[in-house]
Write a protein that binds this ligand. Structure first.
Ligand code: NAD
Ligand code: TDX
Length: 332
């Protein structure tokens, strides 16, 4: 493998993955990204031009996708509409990008017999009760709750069908909630960090007891590269780092980092259909492919992430006011 096409490589996880490839492999990387509101050219603009090229375009554009896929050895597919709250306000781009876009890529890799890795989410499994002793595994039934997770679930099923029906050489990974640098300020952790930098109060949906299973984005990248190199074709791997925390605990840790009082936050309107808890059992990835996370300590990873947002205000500031005004309009 010499060249990789990374869709969505100007978004949060995609840009971190491209950085991981540049630092840890000799691969040459082409990013295909539509540069939606969620993307930032600056997330990859400092990378060496002879290793990383950005093509601005849509994964739904079959001619463009066919041309790019034909000239690469593998595709790693991150591009998606990724925010649950947006999917509740307007599901249409989620159906286009997440379903039609994935279909378009699958048809191209089928035509050109190119290795494909599909990035997905633990949200396809629905949610767990807080006291459920079980966690999600590769055998858990699909039960998505939101338009976002339903389109991701549909895209996973398309990949599985293209493997079985057409022999496409694909793998799938479903990862838990990522945190780290270059994440858009609409998402939970960057929203609260930038609220605190601005002297505002964090905003918790509902009772704040919803649990997410946090993983540092660098650990997600190392897991995806492991699967790309050594994963078995047709297999699904769950990626997680045993990082369950409820939202109040995360806000509490941030308030402590900022030296604010522990109750210095607001409860705001809950998200309709809000999933209660996600939890990943990543035994298969660890035992079969020997992967393990490097960021064991959430508090340290969180403090590093706070420092990154303090140091990179120019990166996030342009999106902050508009994001907050959208949230304010829905009482969030
Ligand atoms: P993001 O919203 O930060 O980035 C998505 C990127 O895709 C953006 O750069 C955007 O411009 C691009 N894009 C959107 N529509 C496109 C289109 N039609 N054509 C080309 N490019 C397009 O998302 P993220 O958080 O980095 O998530 C990346 C992937 O990882 C998604 O598939 C998501 O479902 C999955 N995932 C995310 C998380 C998480 O915690 N953020 C967890 C598990 C899985
Ligand atoms: O201001 C907020 N207050 C709040 O309490 C925001 C933005 C969120 N929340 C809550 C909702 C969730 O319980 O925090 C939790 C995390 O919210 P998000 O950052 O919106 O993430 P989530 O809905 O869990 O989905 C994320 O992880 C799985 C990504 O956005 C998805 O792309 C990924 O598939």
């Amino acid at each position: 493998m010499r060249s990789v096409l990374v869709t969505g490589g100007a978004g949060f996880i995609g840009s971190n993955f491209v950085r991981h490839l540049i630092a840890n492999t000799d691969l040459s990387v082409t990013v295909l990204d539509k540069l939606t509101y969620a993307a930032s050219r600056e997330s990859i603009s400092d990378l060496p031009a002879d290793r990383c090229t950005l093509v601005v375009g849509d994964i739904v554009d079959a001619a463009l996708v066919d041309d790019l896929v034909a000239n690469h050895d593998a595709v790693v597919h991150f591009a998606a509409e990724s925010h649950n709250d947006n999917s509740l306000n307007d599901p249409s781009p989620f159906v286009q990008t997440n379903l039609v876009g994935t279909f378009t890529l699958l048809e191209a890799v089928r035509r050109h017999d190119v290795r494909f890795h599909h990035i997905s989410t633990d949200e396809v499994y629905g949610d767990l009760e807080l006291d459920d002793p079980n966690r999600f595994t590769e055998a858990t039934a699909y039960e998505p709750s939101s338009p976002y997770s339903a389109t991701k679930a549909g895209s996973d099923l398309l990949v599985r069908a293209w493997v079985r029906s057409f022999g496409v050489r694909a793998t799938i990974s479903n990862c838990s909630n990522n945190y780290g640098p270059y994440q858009h300020v609409e998402k939970f952790i960057p929203r609260q960090i930038t609220q605190l930098i601005d002297g505002q109060r964090p905003r918790l949906y509902g009772d704040g007891l919803n649990v997410r299973d946090w993983i540092h984005v660098e650990d997600h990248s190392s897991a995806v590269l492991t699967i790309l190199n050594t994963g078995e074709i047709g297999q699904t791997y769950l990626i997680g780092a045993d990082g369950e925390k409820n939202n109040r605990e995360v806000v509490g840790a941030l308030l402590e980092i900022f030296g604010r009082e522990p109750d210095d936050f607001d409860h705001v309107n809950d998200r309709p259909g809000h999933d209660r808890r996600y939890a990943i059992d990543s035994t298969k990835l660890r035992t079969e492919l020997g992967w393990k996370p490097a960021f064991g300590d959430f508090e340290t990873g969180l403090a590093d992430t706070v420092q990154w947002y303090r140091d990179n205000e120019a990166w996030w500031r342009p999106a902050k006011a508009e994001t907050e005004s959208k949230y304010a309009a829905q009482g969030q």
